[in-house]
Design a protein around this ligand. Structure first.
Ligand code: ATP
Length: 472
């Protein structure tokens, strides 16, 4: 094992293993402040005082969101033979919302429970408390959850269009188009990621409930009778997706919708709930929507949205299982899960986001030991080369220890340090975020080594010519 001649390189190792661990759940205020300070999430239109419940995703936030969407798409579309993608428009024919029931069911005076967020028709509530949990209710409002706007130059009733409150309907109205174009057979799915808008009565909890958000939805069409089997299948698949990306199973639970909570179109519905800083709350909904949507659209459009089964010679309207997740809610869950603090012997706190490497906004930081004129050019060259494959940050400001901390705080899995010895032996050190261990690798091996580690290879596996560093 080699010993570093550079004391500064040891900075990241001062941390004692006195981790707070996840015993105490991170407070929302800490997450909000980190997100603002480091460029994950900013209040929308902040210079004008902000716009209620709207948020902007900064340089790191947009990477995190893109990585979440990419991970979802990879699992739900790319790796599957039975699912194809779609990107339908946000504005849809108004009849869509008549058929789906959105226009009718949101036109009543509604009250919303401030605690469980169930909405009730005001005339159905007897004693002024939430019929489900007994919570306090908001004032009644004639409420249509959908945002309304006008298409074209004339602002009259005929020109009214709505911003979609879910991406799902785009997939139902395109059922025949996709079926014909992709020549899929049941069971098969259509997946979509896109913006949805809801004029929520009680938005809040940071990015948990907002009025503009992104959904990741799958409509999985199956034969009637096989729906319950597929419902179970998707429950497990979706739970596993979160666990594979670093969420502990004990921080997830399933909650069944019962009685009035079950939507009019659904035969069964479960929420995957996560233990958010403010408590357990819905992360994703999985519903058995039966043949409701395709039947409704068949009736309202006059188009036949049935399926012909060549094997049995039967024609029927497929059932649909829908796992529906929110991008921002997932981001909040992944951030909550990843946030950790460790204290060193001096009582200093290391904040570290233990994000899965697939989700980390920056994969690699390139850090010359100092701004020395001999170190900066090769460090910049290495950064430029790595940028072709990974999101890279180059940083040469302040001590190496501080720079490590900055990267830990945004969840960067690996830091590459170029020191004076690198100029002689053409090697650099790689430091792992979670263990703070370091290995030394030849520069020609750097890219492959980082790729392998980002894919999950154990950090102790060395490339040819590599060595352990600093009492690894
Ligand atoms: P909630 O009751 O928590 O508002 P919901 O039951 O109305 O959610 P669904 O209609 O099942 O939500 O939507 C599916 C997913 O879309 C949710 O699990 C969530 O991840 C996301 N989502 C829904 N509404 C919002 C919102 N207002 N802000 C952010 N994400 C949302």
């Amino acid at each position: 094992m080699e010993v570093s001649p550079e004391p500064a390189l040891t900075a990241g190792r001062e941390i004692a293993k006195l981790s707070f661990g996840k015993a105490a759940m991170v407070e929302m205020s800490k997450l909000v402040s980190l997100c603002k300070r480091r460029g994950f999430v900013f209040p929308s239109s902040e210079i004008y005082g902000g716009l209620s419940s709207c948020w902007d995703f900064g340089p790191l936030g947009v990477e995190l969101k893109n990585n979440i969407k990419r991970a979802w798409w990879q699992k739900m579309v790319q790796e599957r033979e039975d699912v194809v993608g779609l990107d339908s428009s946000i504005l849809m024919h108004t009849q869509t919302w008549v058929a789906s029931g959105h226009l009718d069911s949101f036109a009543d005076p509604l009250v919303e429970c401030k605690s469980c967020h169930l909405r009730w028709r005001a005339d159905e509530v007897k004693d002024g408390r939430c019929p489900s949990c007994g919570g306090e209710l908001t004032e009644p409002r004639l409420f249509n959850l959908m945002f309304k706007t006008f298409m074209g130059p004339v602002e009259n009733e005929a020109a009214v269009v709505y911003l979609r409150p879910e991406t799902a309907q785009g997939m139902f109205v395109n059922f025949q188009n996709v079926l014909r174009a992709s020549r899929k057979k049941l069971p098969f799915g259509i997946a979509q990621i896109g913006k949805a808008f809801r004029n929520e009565i009680t938005p809040g909890n940071f990015i948990f409930r907002t009025r503009e958000f992104e959904q990741m939805e799958l409509e999985y069409f199956v034969k009637p009778g096989e729906d319950e089997k597929w419902f179970q299948y998707w429950l497990e698949e979706r739970l596993n997706w979160y666990v594979e990306l670093g969420i502990k199973r004990e921080n997830l639970r399933l909650r069944e919708h019962l009685g009035k909570e079950l939507a009019h179109y659904a035969k069964a519905c479960y929420d995957i709930e996560y233990r958010f800083p403010m408590g357990w709350a819905e992360l994703e909904g999985i519903a058995n929507r039966t043949d409701f949507d395709l039947t409704q659209h068949s009736q309202h459009s006059g188009e036949n949205l049935s399926y012909f089964d060549e094997e049995t010679g039967e024609r029927f309207i497929p059932y649909v299982i829908e796992p529906s997740a929110g991008v921002e809610r997932s981001a909040l869950a992944f951030l909550t899960e990843a946030y950790d603090e460790e204290v060193d012997e001096k009582g200093e706190v290391r904040v570290v986001l233990r994000l899965h490497s697939k989700l980390a906004p920056v994969k690699v930081a390139v850090l010359p030991l100092s701004r020395n004129e001999k170190l900066v050019p090769p460090a910049r060259e290495i950064a430029a080369e790595l940028r072709k494959d990974f999101m890279v940050q180059y940083d040469d400001a302040q001590s190496i220890g501080r720079r490590y901390r900055r990267q830990d705080e945004i969840g960067t899995p690996f830091c590459v340090t170029i020191d004076f010895q690198s100029l002689e032996d053409n090697q650099v050190t790689i430091r792992e975020r979670d263990s703070m261990k370091q290995i030394r690798v030849p520069i020609p091996e750097l890219k492959n080594t980082l790729s392998a580690k980002l894919e999950g290879e154990d950090f102790s596996v060395l490339p040819p010519g590599g060595s352990y560093w600093l009492g690894f």
